[in-house]
Design a protein. Sequence first.
Lengths: 657, 201
Amino acid sequence: MFASMLLGRLNWHVLPTNPITIGGGVGMIFALLLILAAITYFKKWKWLWREWLTTQDPKKIGVMYIVVAAVMLLRGLSDALMLRAQQATDSKLIDPSLFQQVFSAHGTIMIFFAAMGLMFGIINLVLPLQLGARDVAFPFLNATSFWLFFAGMVLVNMSLVIGDFSAAGWLAYPPLSELQYSPTSGVDYWIWALEISGVGSMLSGINFLVTIIKMRAPGMKMMKMPMFAWATFGSMLLVAFAFPILTVTLTLLALDRTLGMHFFTGGHGGNAMMYVNLIWAWGHPEVYILVLPAFGVFSEVVATFSRKRLFGYTTMVWALMCIVLLSFTVWLHHFFTMGAGSDVNAFFGIMTAIIAVPTGVKIFNWLFTMYRGRIHFASPMLWFLGFVVLFTIGGVAGVLMSVPAIDYQVHNSLFLVAHFHMMIVGGVLFGYFAGLTYWFPKIFGFRLHEGLGKIAFWCWTVGFVVAFTPLYILGLMGATRRLDHYDKSLGWQPLFIVAGIGLFIVILGILAQVLQVVISIWQRNERRDLTGDPWNGRTLEWSIPSPAPFYNFTKTPVVTERDQFWANKQAGKTRHEYEDIVLPKNSGLSVAIAFCAFLVGFGMIWYMWWLAILGVVGVIVSLIVRGMNDEPEYIITAKEVEKHANAAKRKLKEYAV
Amino acid sequence: MSKATTLDLHHIEAEATEKTTFGFWVYLMTDCVLFATLFATYAVLHHNTFGGPSGTELFKLPYVLVETFALLVSSFTMGLAMLALQRNAKDQVLFWLGLTFALGALFLGLEVSEFHNMISDGNSWRRSGFLSSYFTLVGTHGLHITIGLIWMAILGTFTWAKGLTHTVRKRLTLLSLFWHFLDVIWIFIFTIVYLYGSLGI
């Protein structure tokens, strides 16, 4: 009795028994112990706490987002590797129930913890700099968002060791995800990991919206903002409107599972299709949430490396805003086969075809930006060119599927899988790779190795085409997704082998990227960015030295032009002025709040109600402690800023010698 | 911020207040989407009684009217607290805040008792899709009211201990926005859930 109150449904039997899961879990724990031991051995705990864990500097928070996202990208990749290995060899490598967990984990991790992490990371790194601001609107909230994201990530990975993960796909459709059919803790892990990180995302959305509206440098009207800031604005509008829907949907599923409610159950007046509608009312905007900032990155990259201003700025902005609006009017195309009737399907089919128009406008604007430009084929530009090709092909496949009659044929097939991977890898991931290469020197003060970057690009692009073209073909022939094997008599095995080879080439690309980072850090002193403007950039972030100092600008810049820094360079203007600066103090409370949120999640998953209540109380107490702090900020005077700036300059001169 | 500086601290504080207030508005809009989603689920499920009672049988309008008046009057007294804040009258702020708290607690008590009666009659959220969506929609509003009351108690203590400092003023403004917002949501619940429900629409 007491034990079940204390531990809920947690017991020894929830530990993994499958050799693959045990291997993964042991590997993860071992890596974790190794890192902890290294930190202790090098006596870095204090440094870690002071410089990173409690920081409120958006540049550092951005770096932490990207580190987590990169690790999650590798985790999601290893899931993909297992799926492809199984299908290419047609073996009994993974048993069916594990196979389901693996593809559910792959989708969940890639979208929520790899793609979202990269997106928020890059926004944190770049947005305040581009706006000429010192920080985001609410620094404490920003750190809290990151730590909530982190807590969700820990929960997802914990499911590898304690209990199991959801086997209901990345969107956990009921009735499969209801307690009756998924009685283990798997779906609960899925729910609470996304609930916690989703609240973090929503708070980030609010934060960046206010940052863009209220914190632009003097003179920077909305129509003078860099395009990346505009794209972020569009994306964050979608976050603010879509993520509350996700929060509610997950909560309702949790209420069904833990309190025995009947929102989506088969009996008692529940409605399972309502779940599918709700989750896609969030899910379709989510796709645009991920891709709009990537569009923003490409807009910056293509202008910089064509040495021309962006073509059609105004139409670009309008296209963005059209996409924001239209993205809420297409969700039903994810389930034309629901049987809503021809009128409803026709409406959503037409809206889906229409949303391709503003996207097309953007593609043409980028191409016209290149037209008659002096194109420099640096690696960010290569990612852009690869994106144009892949994204357009994938997009055309999408327009094809917007026709409900065709969708009935390819619904739930590998054709669809090929389509959305082309959009998310070719669009989102390539965009963030371009952005990371492009802004890396600004954050770390040295450039990435170009040669390895180019090799990575070619491996990714070629590998991607080899991996997913067979899936288009298989899908057209009727291969249903999410199956662990297909009958031999179909004769599809060669195509799955080709897809497996494609993934292998992609992995070579990832190895090149890992090597690129390692070698670049090794050779960092030869690769220093001495000017602060390594690519001959156009926007404000390039007007300050690299790495960007913690206060961003010695004096808040004044803006009169769209590409202010380019205009300054043309006019030969440079400024050395200093002013007093207000900055947020570090705070450990963000970590505390996220830890308590983690306790809530863990308690709810395992029915340890006391732990969940303890977590809620912990969050409230942390907020009260935060509220009692009347001086969350400090001032550095103009003199100190000047001293710091001069010291940084001296250091750069040493590197030059 | 004790260091000697050329910064205009009043200007910085005013800017911070404006920024925070705007941010809080954006948050309220996201909360609006949250309630809109719950209203949508209620609209889809409110006829799915699965042989259980419908709204017509369950809702007692006079009772709900008392609840409604308690909450509406609490919104009014919150407004009076804000007027007192403008006059810098700390004691009056505390008085009206206390009255608001009492009325809010009355509303919450009435709601909990209503829920309790339904559940002890065997009509809990497990009974039907309709009751699941009813308890979730109205309960989420009640949860917001609870958070509002906790916030009010803490902020009241801060006001009493620290006086009407810049930070306290800013937070009182946010709290009043939150409280009025919950009032608006309740109007929708009263109309869509209770009035329509009693009519059997």
